[in-house]
Design a protein around this ligand. Sequence first.
Ligand code: SF4
Length: 314
Amino acid sequence: MTYFYGPVPSRRLGFSLGLDLIPRKICSFDCVYCQLGKTTRKSLRRFSSVNLQRLKKELRQIIKRRVKIDYITLSGCGEPTLHKDLDKIVSAVKKITKNKYPVCLITNSSLLHRKDVRNEIKEIDLIIPSLDAVSPRVFKNINNPHKSLAVDKIISGLKALKKNFKGEIWLEIMLVAGRNDSVSEAIKFRKIISRIRPDKVQLNLPTRPSENQVKIPSFEKIKTIKKILGCAVEVISPFKNKQQTSPSKARTQILTYLLRRPATAKDLINSLAIDDAAFDKIIKSLLRKNKIMQKFYSRKNFFTAAVKRTDDQK
Ligand code: SF4
């Protein structure tokens, strides 16, 4: 598949069929916690790279397989709003699926200040925009943004989105120890959130490996921040459900998954619903053939693809 991956287990969305429009890793940020490695092209310039006919063909094939899908999610290996014509893509997805699955956009919010971008995403059902900082210094320290991006621009984009967007907005804050977990930043967050008025606020934690080896704040810190922000704040919890996937496809699916992001054995088993013995056999064979590697991070064992995904592997 060129554009779709999964469905993958998502801590927030259940089974999420990923739609990856952006070549690895073109982004307007270079976040310290990014699980995809360093940003190779930091940019705010929007572009088109998708072949819409091919995208539609892939989606029809996936729908035929009758896999469990809770959301179709624009996410992937870079910032999705850098892709132009998102309205055409979303409309094609909704037409093919007969609007059976809600469409979600996960974005770093960097382009929401643009009216053309907000117009293109207005038919989306759920937007999960992130806001990891409200102070300029913290913003630079955690998101390492494109030089022309100021945090005020991000906040005004989020407020403008809320004004006209009809779907749900779940604001995400990735909490990183020593970067954005101070009480003073949390107090400023509270004020800004009351102006953005998202439907939900979710505190996410960097549980996957990143090049900068960032740390999760202590349980006490998370509790304090949650309390400051107010009771409507959720902390994202690990995924638990199971789905049925053919074991014969497991090897390819594991490789496809790991080419995009690291995963623990538990993530992969949940995603594929294969028994532990079959999973073990596939993993051992992939390790033996140097197709994947193991990485210990945050007291967990992660698998990653031995070769990073290139655009040809998309
Ligand atoms: S916005 Fe997302 S893709 Fe871009 S650097 Fe941050 S975490 Fe990585």
